[in-house]
Design a protein around this ligand. Sequence first.
Ligand code: SF4
Length: 156
Amino acid sequence: MNPTATHINYYFTCKRKLWLFSHNIKCEHESDFVKIGKIYHEDYDKEKIEIDNIKIDALRDGKVFELKKKNTAPKAAEFQVLYYLYVLKNHGTNTTGIIKYKENNRLQEVMLSEELEKELLEVLKNIELLCREDKPPEAKRIRYCKNCSYYELCFS
Ligand code: SF4
């Protein structure tokens, strides 16, 4: 399996969503939150860098640059950038990353330390195991449900 940034994000926000997504179960509904996020990212479309199965928003002074609308899932954002750094490292490029939060222009530095790399590898292994399960985890109401395209599927 070749995880994408979306797999990493769903691992930290909702494991049921990760399973549904990894089994190609799609819902038509797209929340306003997702639409706004896409509009913000359009600014960076020309700068996107694609390597293997990742798409980096841009490079700034040689650093990975990731734009986020809000700081709603900090661990997901951090591990998304750590994953980019890991893929780049495997291609012979050691660098660091910056997450910019559009809501307040806050910048967060991200570095792939030895310890975080170990944690990332554990996350990647867990993603693979979870996606291989026959059934998704049970639906539980969490803070991310209200903007989730799977809401009807989970709770109707
Ligand atoms: S609606 Fe909630 S429980 Fe269902 S997939 Fe989305 S976030 Fe997960």
